[in-house]
Design a protein around this ligand. Sequence first.
Ligand code: GDP
Ligand code: MG
Length: 777
Amino acid sequence: MNLSELEIGKSAIIESVGGDGALRQHFLDMGVIPGAEVTVVKYAPLGDPIELLIHGYQLTLRLEEARQIEIVPVVKTQDNRTLKKNRKTEHPGLGEGGKFHPKGSGNPLPDNEILTFALVGNQNSGKTTLFNRLTGSNQHVGNFPGVTVDRKDGVIKGHPKTRITDLPGIYSMSPYSSEELVSRNFVLNEKPKGIINIVDATNIERNLYLTMQLLEMEIPVVVALNMMDELTANGGHIDINHMEQLLGTPVVPISAAKNQGIEELVDHAIHIARYQEKPLRQDFCDEHDHNGAVHRSLHGIAHLIEHHAQKQDIPIRFAASKLIEGDSRIQSMLMLDQNETETMEHIIQQMEKERGLDRGAAIADMRFAFIYRVCDACVKKPKESKERVRSERIDRLLTGKYTAIPVFIGIMGLVFFLTFNVIGAWLQGLLEKGVASFTMMVDVWMAHMQVNPVLHGLVIQGVFAGVGSVLSFLPIIVTLFFFLSLLEDSGYIARVAFVMDKLLRKIGLSGRSIVPLLIGFGCTVPAVMATRTLPSERDRRMTILLTPFMSCTAKLPIYAFFVHAFFPKQGGLIMIGLYVLGIVVGILVSLLYRNTVFKGEAVPFVMELPNYRMPSAKNVIQLLWDKSKDFLQRAFSVILIATIIVWLLQTFDLHLNVVKESQDSILAMISSVLVPVLKPIGLGDWRIGTSLISGFMAKESVVSTLKILFGGHVNHALSALSAASLLVFSLLYTPCVAAVASIKRELGSRWAISVVVWQCVIAWVVAFLVYQIGGLL
Ligand code: GDP
Ligand code: MG
């Protein structure tokens, strides 16, 4: 029987895990290993994926993947792996643990050496919260070299000679997602002086899986047991001192959210880094487990490759376990010769035979076996926690079969309503007023000082107008991100991905892409930024390229204007029609992408569903601050330059004289080149060309430019059919400068330019169809 056949609420034991390659490794790393007990919690409202309970946490899996997992019924025997419940353990409270420093003091690093730390942990283990606690406001956001995954560096408060880097949340040191690769390469190549490994104590079994791989890295590690407040509140205990002994490295209980144990964590982190106290234990394989099959093969291979590993500066034990798992990157880095490769293959095959499990599963099993021993000795699991019970109750509504989708639509509707109609719009109005009165002041002052009129025009119509239009985006973006970070931090976004996965799969994406696409209806800029969270580069690119098809709010004024002027009776219908048209064209294009540029499948949907938690105010504020800064820095420079250029083109003729009539300007000349191109779609007028060009700066300005150039008689100059064509063209043509700039930042110039060209081509084709077919009717 396979896992997809198990009924809701029933449990079984995993017998074997099918599939191959990185995906299978990912299953194993997430704890889906032979011998583990799984329970089916529910199906997503559309029937796929499934939600499972394994090792005490919730995991999602697609049916297709569940079919590859064979299961057997649970047999009630006393398995030595199941944890003994209610065992009494001594528990040092917060701030007492972590006395484990085997090396003590001696040979410290020189005082002026910067102590670099990597902050590593699972997703949702509280990394961001801890990072903000550790660094206060001394942080710097950038990108990891060569990839656009966010890199946050900071200095630990009160310790100027430190630098801590927040690595992407990962579950294992296997290169499954680009983020895991980034984290692994950081540890391997940059060799931080110490690792702060944050572990969610309420979910300790799965979290320690990563810890075990970090301990193999030959870098000092301090384990920060986070969420201790939640664990103890629900009657759980962890014997910290014993755990330190078993892991061979300091363990500090903390609560990042409640700011407990942080100072102690910092003390230990600095100590291990300064004295380079490496973990005492790296050898987790049990020599008695199945006659030590895994143990012997690991040690055998470690000896075999020792020399190569030293030469390439890769930790030996880590290299050996990755080789057994079949990690081709490590294998090619080691440059083994043919003899060695064959010997290794023999050792592994022998191990597989003796152990009765394949290589990947055997290693994962070895790790989990050790984790079970540690947890058995030191952890008294909490009773079913309040948070879990609460999460289940909330989930009954939010991922319920009939309620999930309506609730989702309701929540998103509310978020958009609040952002675009209430809070964001109100802030935007306020800001616009501020900018307007400031502009006015400068305007009056310049007139008073009799500044050269051209310079005056440049400052007021160029710089101020340009900067003002950028600023007016800011409140919307900040408000939108505020709500989204609430949804994200609380754990809801993971559920949305779970609910919507099946739909998005049809166009070659996974559930995770839903969020950026939705934000795209608001504004493409934050939508593009939101794709950072997607685990696969392919999905991320494809999602970014689809966001421009979600009609953004800046296009609303265009729709409103033309609907009012030409189709007052069918207003609502046309508006909805435009939104739907955008989505339909988007779907068609994604089907095209799927069969051409982005061949292959969306990443499998193996995802943890964390308990719902109260988002921390500090995280949210920090995020808003980062986003605003990021947005201003980036968009400012591009838009500022672009508006100045347009202003110059609009103000001067080819002989650099200031023009009296706008049709003599360079801009008009450029636009007249567009006339033949736009003629077949019914828009062969230089003024329309000009307004479309100005729409590239900001979509809203299509209307204002048209009004100025036509002197308020647009409805006489255009036919209804041309208006329809213009509407469709505006819906689909190139995203505005700010959006293109953010695409450039995420994907590079080449992609950004192709988006501009490609969108214009699509817009032209669809407008052509509308105009020509409309003409026949
Ligand atoms: P990340 O995904 O690892 O960056 O995790 P976050 O820092 O975003 O935290 C995930 C959630 O856990 C947030 O809602 C936090 O407020 C919450 N959280 C973080 N640390 C603690 C803690 O020590 N105790 C409790 N109860 N909640 C925490
Ligand atoms: Mg985070």
